[in-house]
Design a binder for this molecule. Structure first.
Ligand code: CP
Ligand code: NVA
Length: 315
């Protein structure tokens, strides 16, 4: 058996919300709030990445994740190095394990976007520096940390509240379900049967005390909710775009659906959005939408995630 590196000291990977305790998630959210409030007048102690270089590897396209991590790393005093998976022929020229071992000799951390969750886990297993999940086909935990921050800015404590996902089961929804189990809020999921959460996810939710409610009719699902969530109907790596469009057309978030949700509901979308498909312009640009706060919070939440990865608190 090959040796597997492990993180020394108080450093940690950030791979999935299910790996964190509720207290750790709460601590990251609190740090994100503080770092956002003092962004233009940071404390000298905020430079937690001084002298550190973080590698960012993108096997898939990105705007928000790439830019917000780059800015966040700089604001924390560190340096970033960006490569695409293609440039280094990730997983092709050598094993992911060897890339992890070699990169760990050069840099102090790795943020990666890669479809294969198995490859992310392998990278983390063999890296001796923190690895951060910047989206896989399975999960998108950085996004959901920013979403939780945004929800609480607009609506207060999420514990005991109700959020409703309308669309297909995907990576963002999985991280939301994991967050619901940890922070104890209700998550309603409205999907066509063909694109519903797989049994193993429903079982995990049940075993971990998540209040996951599957309600096929989107109008019934959003009634009285605090938050309506949507995402593009075709995610990275999906091959069946036409079938998805046909199945998901009744799940568009539009004026009628937001009316069924009620005035107190806010609307979120991780972006990029396909305007006129999963959501209309009227809703995306309307008074219930908080999507640009949500996008901004990627920056603050990820700075707090970086602090978590190095055992720092950004007090
Ligand atoms: N929401 C999100 O992760 O956006 P990008 O794909 O642009 O990084
Ligand atoms: N579910 C989307 C999220 C994009 C940020 C995807 O995986 O493409």
């Amino acid at each position: 058996m090959a040796n597997t590196a492990s993180l020394s000291g108080n450093r940690r990977h950030f791979l999935d919300l299910c790996d964190l305790s509720a207290e750790e998630i709460r601590a990251i959210l609190a740090a994100a709030r503080r770092i956002k409030a003092r962004r233009r007048a940071p404390l000298p102690t905020d430079k937690i990445l001084a002298g550190k270089a973080i590698a960012m590897i993108f096997e898939q396209p990105s705007m928000r994740t790439r830019m917000s991590f780059d800015v966040g790393i700089r604001e924390l005093g560190g340096e970033s190095i960006m490569v695409t998976g293609k440039e280094i022929e990730l997983g092709e020229r050598e094993s992911i394990a060897d890339t992890a071992r070699v990169l760990s000799r050069y840099v102090d951390g790795i943020m990666i976007r890669i479809l294969s969750h198995g490859a992310l886990k392998e990278l983390a297993q063999y890296a001796s520096v923190p690895v951060i999940n910047g989206l896989t086909k399975t999960s998108h935990p950085c996004q959901v940390m920013a979403d939780l921050q945004t929800f609480e800015e607009h609506k207060g404590d999420i514990t005991g509240r109700t959020v409703t996902w309308v669309g297909d089961f995907n990576n963002v929804l999985r991280s939301w379900i994991e967050a619901a189990a940890k922070l104890k809020f209700t998550i309603r999921v409205s999907t066509p049967d063909e694109l519903a959460p797989p049994d193993e996810v429903v079982r995990w939710a049940k075993d971990n005390g998540a209040d996951l409610q599957q309600i096929r009719d989107p109008r019934a699902a959003v009634e009285g909710t605090d938050l309506v969530l949507a995402d593009a109907w075709v995610s990275m790596g999906d091959k069946d775009a036409k079938r998805r469009h046909n199945l998901l057309r009744p799940y568009q978030v539009n004026r009628d659906l937001m009316k069924a949700a009620g005035e107190k509901a806010i609307f979120m979308h991780c972006l990029p959005a396909k305007r006129g498909e999963e959501v209309t312009d009227e809703i995306l640009d309307g008074p219930q939408s908080v999507v640009f706060d949500e996008a901004e919070n990627r920056l603050h939440a990820q700075k707090a995630i970086l602090a978590y990865a190095y055992g720092e608190v950004l007090a």
